[in-house]
Design a binder for this molecule. Structure first.
Ligand code: ADP
Ligand code: ZN
Length: 764
């Protein structure tokens, strides 16, 4: 739309409205206003900041309000990001304002503050509380907001008192905008210091020659980057095959073409190592976005990126919305990782949005993984993505040798039982059978040779639960339908879902007997057992419990890299991003944990997890060895891990998905009903289920299957009861159509709420 016709603007405001709102543009603002700028607009009684998403020439019928002010001198979102917002809002059935709120850093979401101003005079009719308020307001002339006053006086009484004061004419409530133009200072703290010697610009500091497979991948990527245009590549490369090197060189090509790159990585693998490698190649030109940033750091990064002061942005999930101008390449590392799926608010999948963004801009997208998502590999088979393969490790290093130990044999052997444990609260445990003799021996040999070992168990804590031997009582979380996990070091029982904790008691709360027994095991148990078996080893543990303090994980990794730890025990956290040459042995304590979850992706997730953890072995000169303990040695997911055969795994898995009508052959939408009342959640779920079944769109029931309603596997979570309905559709239009219908049918209920999850990942 051209200048003269700009009389009206569509404005997206951060609110649960499904469409942008229309406002009139005052003549004085018409010249300067552009799409993507923030404006201040009236919304009900409030004033809020919104983003101009379009201009309209025609006069809308109804009376409309005017834009009050323009908040920026240039757009904060470009047109491709606005299109992405629009796309996400339609696809994920989320209000466009909610998408906007997800994207903008908090500091850009301007709010109006209500500031109090006192009038002169005496007001004898004021009560005690009212006088106290007046005193506060007078003391801080024109600087006291309602918010800060609320901290001094309890909210409920406060509002009534304020109303009375303003009715008496003692007080005025003025509106002021909180706008922070710049927060300074941090920028320099965050910017990477220039590298020593400075002559490295543009070159590849590592002088190694690419492997033939890397060469081939680069030839195809290089051609596409040069030609421009959208195309999605799936870089399928075994661990240690040099995928990261391919990303770095592609980004260098993009920079040479004066364009910028965006690389997404799972939060957990945004390790100092990866950031160091980026800094080395792009000194002072790397922007970083992740969840540990404070709002002001986030704000500074946002402007650095928007101003074009970086060439590369690396970030976790939400960085898919990074405001990079001249974006020429998007990379998604570990594209199969489930942390790309946001599980609250806007339930988006960052990998999928990365591909959409590439398409909207017209730039190439690289998805990389050793174990691609089944959906992604199927997209290669359908020729929607182009496959680039790296089947060999660099420098002809061998893949680790992998073997399985059948724990069914181990448990029979001499009556060892993993579950049978001594009483708690307790001193040292003596868990027999946690380690097979094979793994024990290998750990001892590796230690004697001065090599490092990793032990993986994807469960924290000391015992899964505490049970009374006399009455069978099991301590459960009061807020969730799960048992509490025992953590020995803190001497507490923890809920792994909501964080609830309590101290361990000596007596059973059920029958009063001192007969509580710890059952099951976790990383804490493994750590304790290994120190008992090998007292001379330097042992450390890496899981959520040992890495809560800022920087603690980083310190652990540095020690690990320097060889100061012989045996590292850990959860999923140890599986990614770490490239430690001294590690030659990886032991997996119980491979079955993730196999047995009620989730159609259980086999896929297990294959991915174990391949990742096994890939930590033998990355240096010495070959690696992997020992996997399991009760299900015949499961195909495990067999293909040990033979390093992704394609074999895919071939089995895709047949399972086809037979049971799961993605990628069907599209899923989860409808989840959540509320504080178990009866209401169930009743609403049944009502909705019935309504959907009776709904007769043309041919809808041939194209969409309705499963449920049924209680979610974890029915109670954080004191909310959860029921779900699963829609399985032939294609996304039909399944989204019915989900939209559900949204329209579901009454705006105070008690039970409906959450719509398009392409759900979390089936629990
Ligand atoms: P991946 O991301 O596939 O696990 P990386 O890119 O991290 O693999 O490469 C593993 C290691 O090998 C890194 O230390 C990297 O610097 C090195 N490397 C990458 N490509 C080559 C190559 N062509 N020759 C020698 N070393 C390489
Ligand atoms: Zn809980």
């Amino acid at each position: 739309m051209q200048g003269g016709e700009r009389s009206f603007a569509q404005v997206v405001v951060p609110s649960p409205l499904n469409e942008p709102l229309t406002y009139a543009i005052p003549p004085a603002l018409r010249k300067s206003l552009r799409i993507g700028m923030r404006v201040l607009v009236p919304l009900g009684k409030r004033k809020v900041a919104g983003i101009v998403s379009d201009f309209l020439a025609q006069t809308p019928r109804q009376q409309i309000k005017e834009i009050l002010a323009v908040l920026d001198d240039r757009p904060v979102l470009d047109s491709s990001l606005l299109k992405l917002i629009d796309w996400a809002s339609h696809y994920y059935l989320a209000p466009v304002g909610e998408v906007l709120a997800t994207i903008l850093p908090p500091a850009l979401r301007v709010h109006s503050l209500r500031v109090l101003a006192a009038k002169p005079g005496a007001f004898p009719e004021a009560g005690e509380l009212e006088r106290k308020i007046l005193e506060q307001v007078r003391r801080r002339k024109g600087r006291l907001t309602i918010r800060s006053l609320a901290r001094i006086v309890p909210e409920k009484r406060l509002n009534r008192a304020l109303e009375r004061l303003s009715a008496m004419g003692a007080l005025e409530i003025k509106e002021r905008m909180s706008s922070r133009k710049s927060m300074g200072g941090l920028e320099s703290a965050l910017a990477t210091p220039p590298a020593d010697g400075a002559g490295q610009h543009g070159g590849s500091p590592q002088g190694f020659t690419l492997t033939p497979e890397q060469e081939q991948a680069m030839a195809l990527l290089g051609a596409r980057i040069e030609a421009g245009g959208f195309e999605t590549f799936l870089l399928c490369g075994v661990t240690g095959s040099g995928k990261t090197e391919v990303y770095l060189r592609s980004m260098e090509l993009v920079r040479r073409a004066n364009q910028k790159s965006l690389i997404l990585a799972p939060e957990i693998s945004l390790t100092p190592q990866l950031l160091d490698r980026l800094d080395e190649r792009f000194p002072s030109r790397v922007g970083v976005l992740h969840s540990a940033l404070t709002p002001s750091e986030r704000w500074d990064q946002w402007w650095r990126i928007l101003d074009g002061r970086v060439d590369v942005v690396i970030g976790a999930r939400s960085a898919v919305f990074a405001p990079l101008p001249h974006l020429g390449l998007i990379i998604v590392d570990e594209e199969h990782d489930s942390s790309y799926k946001q599980e609250e608010g806007l339930r988006y999948h960052a990998r999928d949005l990365a591909v959409v963004r590439g398409k909207l801009i017209g730039c190439p997208v690289i998805l990389g993984s050793a174990t691609p998502a089944v959906e992604s590999f199927e997209n290669c088979r359908q020729r929607r993505y182009r496959l680039l393969e790296l089947s060999q490790r660099v420098e002809q290093r061998p893949l680790p040798s992998e073997e399985m130990v059948d724990m069914r044999g181990e448990t029979r052997d001499g009556g060892r039982r993993t579950e049978d444990r001594e009483r708690v609260p307790g001193r040292r445990s003596s868990v027999v059978g946690l380690f097979s003799s094979r793994l024990k021996e290998a750990l001892q040999v590796n230690l004697a040779r001065g090599r490092q070992s990793l032990i993986f168990l994807n469960r924290r804590g000391f015992a899964n639960f505490l049970q009374c031997r006399k009455c069978g009582y099991v301590r459960r979380c009061p807020h969730c339908s799960v048992s509490l996990t025992l953590h020995l070091r803190e001497h507490g029982l923890y809920c792994h879902h909501c964080g609830f904790r309590e101290l361990v008691r000596d007596l059973c709360p059920g029958c009063g007997n001192p007969s509580l027994t710890a059952l099951g095991f976790g990383t804490e148990t493994v750590e304790q057992e290994i120190s008992r078996l090998m007292p001379e080893a330097r042992i450390a543990r890496m899981d959520r419990d040992t890495t809560t303090k800022r920087g603690s994980q980083e310190r652990l990794v540095r020690r690990w890299q320097k060889g100061e730890i012989d045996i590292l025990v850990g959860t999923q956290m140890i599986t990614k991003g770490h490239d430690v040459a001294g590690v030659t042995l990886v032991g997996v304590i119980l491979a079955d944990l993730s196999l047995n979850l009620p989730d159609f992706r259980a086999a896929e997730k297990t294959f991915q997890l174990l391949t990742q953890v096994a890939g930590r072995a033998g990355r240096g000169q010495e070959p690696g060895q992997v020992i996997i303990q399991t009760f299900a040695p015949d499961h195909y997911a495990l067999r293909y891990v040990t033979s390093h055969d992704y394609k074999g795994f895919f071939a089995s898995e895709i047949e399972f998905r086809r037979a049971l009508n799961y993605p990628p052959f069907r599209r899923l939408v989860g409808l989840r009903l959540e509320g504080p009342s178990p009866q209401d959640a169930k009743a609403k779920a049944q009502l909705l289920g019935d309504a959907l079944r009776q709904h007769d769109g043309p041919g809808i029931h041939e194209r969409v299957e309705i499963l449920g309603p049924a209680p979610a596997p974890i029915e109670k979570l954080r004191s909310r009861y959860r029921w779900q309905i699963l829609l399985k559709g032939e294609n996304s239009p039909s399944v989204l159509g019915l989900a939209k219908r559900a949204r329209a049918l579901f009454p705006r209920s105070h008690k039970t709420r409906l959450f719509i999850d398009v392409d759900p990942y979390n089936m629990l």
